[in-house]
Design a protein around this ligand. Sequence first.
Ligand SMILES: [Zn+2]
Length: 346
Amino acid sequence: MSLLEIENQLKAFESEAIEAFQSVSDLKELENLRQKYLGKKGTLKTFQKGMGQLDQSERPKLGQLTNGVQERLENALTRRKDDLFEEELLARLEGEKIDVTLPGSCTGIGHIHPLSQITEEIIQIFYSMGFTVADGPEIETDYYNFDALNTPDNHPARDEQDTFYTNVGPKVLLRSQTSTVQIRVMEDKKPPLRIISPGRVYRNEEINARKYPLFHQVEGLLIDKDVSFGQLKGTLTAFIQALFQKPVKTRFRPDFFPFTEPSAELDSQCLFCMGAGCRTCGNRGWLELLGCGMVDPNVLQGVGIDPEEWSGFAFGMGVERLAMLKYGINDIRYFFNNDMRFLKQF
Ligand SMILES: [Zn+2]
């Protein structure tokens, strides 16, 4: 075959290949064509192999020709590849386009748990009286949970607050009361103080309609100069009346807590019969609501506050108990069962 004939065949081959590149519609087909025309066993290779049949003098000319064809075809291939890539990308974007005008699929909107609702109400009432919220850890040491609260080892009050011990350390436990926060605040800040500490507490107790090993408390502490028991009574009576939105009477019965002296249990007139006697109050006309008292000077001294200069009162309430009374719930377990029929009512 003469060089001229080969040159003509090469031209025909080049235009066939370029046309073929244009005709494919995806990258995979294009790759097949690349192998067919430019691959190791491709058409162009056979032209290059045919070089041996030519005269020595004609070989460089054919080399030049095939190199030119190879270069042009590779360029055409790259351009087609870019075009196809862009086309495929656009098609994919088009396919995955989100129609923002379509109505969405809805998930049900929940609402705040009744215990959180009442906690928030309690906080708001005390806010209005100048108290701020203090937070503390649920995992505590023996010291903050008992010792600093005037309840040393072997004190009988420890039995009433049996809690869960952890394996974090020998005396590391789940707090049985939020009074621990009061100690932490008194250690950190100087009086005057006005704080409440809402939060989870734990007791090692059997579960029944009135008791649960996990529950919530809100404790309060006020430290100032010349604080009187009268101020304690006034503060808590105003709180109870605001929470239940009824002008109920209150009474204070002597009680014992290790960290207050004197200590009292606050009763309110029964919210259901207003004192006449009913099943909820066991016909007594009164309901036990919370514990309170004047902060024991020993506790103040323990955290470096001079009891000659400062005095104060403290109180603590069970959130579940107040929620049960406010919403008329007769079993504490409802709060923790996650039963939608119950929760939907609040
Ligand atoms: Zn009653």
